[in-house]
Design a protein around this ligand. Structure first.
Ligand SMILES: [Ca+2]
Ligand SMILES: [Ca+2]
Ligand SMILES: [Ca+2]
Ligand SMILES: [Ca+2]
Length: 394
């Protein structure tokens, strides 16, 4: 094991100040070698969402960033629909989160784009290598998608990803299901919560999915609490349990951090500073512990087993110029890093640098791009589009 790429600290309650000092020293100014080989796909700001999908059906995963895709293995830029390069200091793009999946079940991957918070999502239908245009379809009757970190999660367990988000008009927690029959283009909308539920405002920050109460059924977490899941994923009346799950954050990850058999919640600040775990106590209250203060604006996170040890790791990074330079620290060094958890009564965290000149956008894609059975990491943000090939040694 190398020790130069990360810091190690144990959790001791009451020693937050010491942790802050350590974390702020995390990487220093100099670039460090990392276990990831970086590929700069473009330095243009075209999207803060990203996906990997095989758009030309040649067996190689291509990179999607907004209205553009980059063809593997040379990353030649292609266009799905007219767009442009945006000014990272002045504007947002037309693409906040992306997902690649075969929406209409014709054997060709399509592209889902989630636009500015509150706007309707849509998908581009793959023209299947024909010269025709990518047809744009709205999703779920153009329902306005709220909460700034919608999840791409298989809610109904059928093996295809769904979209977990809020309905900006009805203020309900909903999930959106891609068509189930080949050739269909309409998505279905299923409500999980009642109307006027927490976490559903246009700019709500933070939502996640996992079993909180240990009954074997996934629940929905937001920063204000959690909705108790039912086997029926269309009941629309999941009970809300208020709880303090911390500050506004990006994608919330439900996982057992301390190994006591009960899931906890990990979150990262969307526009301020901090990565935390929220420990679930026996009475289903939560107590928040700090994990990292390496970088602010950690507006995307994803879980993946980066080092192949069978345990999920947490990947996050700075949403560079999140509010176009108007927030504290949003133009600081754009770190991208992953956190390795070691459960135990005093869980500890190793923080591994991936890169210090990229950061993350609004979602992070993790796929094995080069077929070496290691998950690689792809991001798109105001710094450009980047692939990080995982070269962690066995
Ligand atoms: Ca391909
Ligand atoms: Ca398709
Ligand atoms: Ca549950
Ligand atoms: Ca736990």
């Amino acid at each position: 094991m190398r020790t130069s790429n990360y810091i190690i600290f144990s959790w001791h309650s009451g020693k937050i100040a010491a942790l802050l000092c350590l974390a702020q020293m995390a990487y220093g100014q100099a670039d460090r070698a990392t276990d990831f080989k970086k590929f700069t796909i473009t330095r243009d700001f075209i999207s803060e969402g990203v996906a990997a999908a095989d758009l030309n059906n040649d067996g190689l995963l291509d990179i999607v960033a907004g209205y553009y895709w980059f063809e593997a293995p040379t990353w030649v830029r292609r266009e799905m629909a007219p767009s442009r390069i945006f000014d990272p200091y002045k504007e947002y793009s037309d693409s906040f989160l992306n997902l690649g999946m075969d929406v209409n079940l014709d054997g060709w991957d399509d592209v889902v784009i989630i636009d500015y918070p509150g706007m309707a999502g849509f998908w581009f239908e793959n023209p299947r290598n024909k010269s025709g245009a990518w047809q744009k379809h709205s999703i779920a009757d153009a329902m306005g998608i709220s909460n700034e970190s919608p999840g791409f999660i298989d809610i109904d367990g059928d093996g295809r990803l769904d979209i977990l988000c809020g309905d900006v008009d009805k203020k309900q927690i909903v999930w959106l299901q891609a068509p189930l029959d080949p050739g269909q283009t309409e998505w279905s909308r299923f409500a999980l919560s009642k109307e006027n539920a927490p976490g559903t405002e246009q700019y709500s920050h933070g939502i996640g999915y996992g079993d909180v109460n240990n009954d074997g059924i996934e629940d929905v977490v937001v920063t204000e609490g959690w909705f108790e899941g039912k086997a029926d994923k269309s009941s629309g009346d999941w009970k809300f349990h208020p709880a303090d799950l911390g500050e506004p954050c990006s994608h919330m990850q439900v996982m057992d951090v301390n190994g006591d058999g009960t899931n906890d919640v990990v979150s990262a600040s969307a526009h301020k500073l901090g990565v935390w775990w929220h420990e679930q106590l026996a009475d289903q209250n939560f107590v928040t512990h700090l994990i990292s203060t390496t970088t602010a604006q950690t507006h995307a996170s994803i879980l993946a087993d980066i080092n192949g040890d069978g345990r999920a790791d947490f990947i996050t990074g700075k949403r560079f110029l999140a509010h176009n330079g108007n927030d504290a620290g949003d133009a600081d060094t754009p770190y991208l890093f992953w956190i390795e958890f070691t459960p135990g009564k005093k869980p500890y965290f190793k923080e591994h640098l991936i890169d210090s000149d990229s950061g993350a956008g609004l979602n992070i894609a993790v796929r094995d791009m080069n077929k070496d059975e290691r998950p690689d990491i792809i991001i798109a943000n105001k710094n450009g589009v980047f692939l990080f090939e995982n070269r962690i040694p066995d």
